[in-house]
Write a protein that binds this ligand. Structure first.
Ligand code: PBG
Length: 324
């Protein structure tokens, strides 16, 4: 017999053969599009550090939501930038606050065609830019923040949200939100817990997108990038507190965490392909340094291969159209 005896290349000979044996795919239904809406905007405002992404008006947001649903995108994650910010993030719990208004309008527009989710966090609404309320000496007050999150969850549920996305990394946030939703009668509203969220430099462009006024960082509540085992603890706590789905964020530097979480829990696992990951690819592609379309598909495929059932990505609509 000739050498080599084994020839793995046989299964790579034609596009049809490669398609037949592919282990991973990226179905449009698994993609979630994060969207931004700016209160009072007369027209969509481009975000300079995220080429191709805008802060929507309510009008353009509704259109973008319909477009995404028509492309087969599985869900939308809503973020809002209010005109006025204060120490406790009052806009977040105001039924007429921009995020709650946006939820109401998007739900009315897309109905059941796509799942409507909203960010549940105070950083877009606070003048100091932290994800919670502060103690008199300026530290993030965990338990006082839980009270705000509980009220915010109920306000979003009243607006018609189907999934709340608590992203503030406060201890006990899932339990507090679940209890508040159930008490208010919203037993069907789900929680997508941002369980393993790292204090990451890759959120940089997002902070432009929401005009965050944060000085300093979030290291006293978001996780140290050095830790993976700690994520297992965070995820276990969230599942025990009633999380319907869990999320790892960012995605690309944390593929090992996605895999460990996928192997450890029996709820759907999401991963957030964050702003900095998006902008790196867009910037390199704009320079002609990488093939944009191939890079996007490779990024999304890798996150799925690591074990994510659901991928939040700013490329959701474009990718869904190409993958359909
Ligand atoms: C917090 C939140 C952040 C992102 C999503 N939700 C920013 C942060 O924690 O600083 C980042 C998303 C991205 O970078 O694309 N509300």
């Amino acid at each position: 017999m000739g050498y080599p005896e084994m020839r793995p290349r046989r299964l790579r000979t034609t596009p049809a053969m490669r398609r037949l044996v592919a282990e991973t795919d990226v179905p449009p239904r698994s993609l979630v599009l994060p969207v931004f809406v700016l209160e009072g905007a007369a027209e969509p405002v481009p975000i300079p550090s995220m080429p191709g992404v805008v802060q929507h008006t309510l009008d353009s947001l509704r259109k973008a939501a319909v477009e995404a649903a028509e492309a087969g995108v599985g869900g939308l994650m809503l973020f809002a930038v209010p005109q006025a910010k204060d120490a406790v993030g009052s806009g977040a719990t105001d039924p007429d606050g921009i995020l709650n208004v946006a939820i109401r309008e998007v739900v009315a527009e897309v109905g059941d065609a796509s799942v409507v989710m909203a960010d549940l966090c105070l950083d877009e609404f606070t003048d100091h830019g932290h994800c919670g309320v502060l103690t008199p000496d300026g530290r993030v007050d965990n338990d006082a923040t839980l009270v705000r999150y509980a009220d915010m969850a109920v306000a979003q549920a009243e607006a018609g949200v189907q999934v709340v996305g608590p992203s503030g990394m406060m201890d006990g946030q899932i339990g507090a939100i679940r209890a508040a939703l159930d008490r208010a009668g919203y037993t069907d509203v789900s929680a997508l817990a941002y369980s393993a969220k790292y204090a990451s430099a890759f959120f940089g462009p997002f902070r432009d997108a929401v005009q965050s006024s944060l000085e300093g960082d979030r290291s006293t509540y978001q996780q140290d990038p050095a830790n993976a085992t700690e994520s297992m603890r965070e995820v276990a706590l969230d599942v025990a507190e009633g999380a319907d789905m869990v999320l790892v964020k960012p995605a690309l530097g944390y593929l090992d965490v996605i895999r460990r979480v996928r192997d450890a829990v029996d709820v759907p696992v999401a991963a957030y392909n964050v702003s900095g990951e998006y902008s790196m690819v867009e910037a390199a592609a704009a320079q002609g340094w990488i093939d944009r379309e191939r890079a996007i598909l490779e990024v999304l495929t890798s996150i799925r291969r690591a074990g994510a059932d659901i991928v939040l990505t700013y490329w959701a609509v474009e990718a869904a159209r190409r993958l359909r």
